[in-house]
Design a protein around this ligand. Structure first.
Ligand code: ASP
Length: 327
């Protein structure tokens, strides 16, 4: 079995080399890079303010811990932060004054868990993980997700802070629903990590668009849209106007680019360009941004407009960088 598999790889690679395939070497590297060998851990998260999240994730990765524990710990930071108005506690409500949360996780085995339209629970990312680990399902929503969370011991809490309530009261005066690039509360955390054992995992958590319609669910809890992880290839998470990412399955699209041999940077650039070509009008008016890691621990980040930044931690020191952008 081992022997024939190796021969298959050799023949495939030899064939590619003989036919002069331009991406022969990157394909060869990918084929040889599927194992969970020892790696330098790395974690990357959407938006610079999530530097506290990459620090928390490093607290686990730096000790040789599990990438899934790391991304969950990372996502829990903005979820519990009352000053973060787009994730968990302190998130801005929908137009009827309800905070409804979306989150998901995906692990190195391709298993996934997700909650959407969840109310009253501060840590949707942890509920999503419980959905993955304790139920036969991938996604629970609304009242069912809440009942499940309560049954697992998550406390029911009031997540509406005074600041968020005031912002909503102010919004109601005009009730205008016009998202603006980078200021429409796009601080969703998408966080992907590789641990020392080479395992790739990811998480995503958001309160969604501020003052959205009641019942609206964005890209963040949708596997393949807001988050996708393929342990043999790479992991991607997205932020920005969820409707665009949902229609294009943005995270899956970028992971598939890596599967074809692209570096994480090239993969997110290609994905954003393709989405822009398909939805130019919406992209001109709205921001979307992607972060990516591949199996070799390389990273990439890219957005449609300027203003998207990300936090990354390797070797214990989290740093914030501006991502490249298309327009
Ligand atoms: N993608 C999120 C959503 O559409 C918003 C965000 O990134 O802040 O719900």
């Amino acid at each position: 079995m081992q022997f024939s598999r190796r021969r298959f790889f050799q023949q495939t690679l030899l064939g590619a080399a003989l036919t002069g395939s331009s991406d022969f070497w990157s394909r060869a590297a990918n084929l040889m890079d599927h194992s969970n060998q020892k790696r330098s851990p790395v974690v990357i998260a959407t938006w610079g303010q999530n530097i506290k999240a990459t620090d928390a994730a490093w607290g686990i990765l730096g000790k040789g811990g599990y990438a899934l524990d790391a991304v969950e710990a990372g996502a829990r930071v903005p979820e519990a932060d009352p000053n973060d108005t787009s994730v968990g506690y302190g998130g801005f409500p929908d137009r009827d004054g309800n905070i409804t949360l979306d989150a998901c996780v995906m692990d190195e085995h391709g298993m996934a868990g997700s909650v959407s339209f969840l109310q009253h629970i501060m840590h949707p990312v942890s509920v999503a993980r419980q959905v993955m680990e304790k139920t036969p399902h991938v996604m629970l929503t609304g009242e069912g997700a809440l009942q499940f969370a309560l049954s697992q011991g998550f406390p029911r809490e009031n997540l509406l802070t005074e600041t968020a309530r005031k912002a909503w009261e102010e919004w109601k005066i005009k009730s205008e629903y016009k998202p603006k690039i980078n200021v429409e509360r796009h601080d969703t955390i998408g966080i992907v990590a590789q641990d020392a054992a080479g395992r790739l995992c990811g998480a995503c958590s958001t309160s969604g668009l501020a003052f959205k319609m009641h019942g609206r669910v964005g890209d963040s809890p949708i596997i393949g849209a807001g988050l996708y992880v393929d342990n043999e290839v790479g992991a991607v998470s997205c932020t920005g106007l969820g409707e665009i990412v949902l229609r294009s399955l943005g995270a899956f699209l970028a992971v598939e680019e890596m599967r074809r041999g692209a570096s994480p940077q090239k993969a997110v650039e290609t994905a954003i360009k393709r989405i822009y070509q398909k939805y130019p009008a919406q992209c001109k008016e709205n921001q979307i941004g992607f972060v990516a890691l591949d199996k070799k621990g390389r990273h990439g980040a890219y957005s449609v407009h300027t203003g998207f930044n990300y936090a990354i931690c390797r070797d214990g020191k989290s740093l914030v960088y501006e991502a490249g952008h298309l327009l």
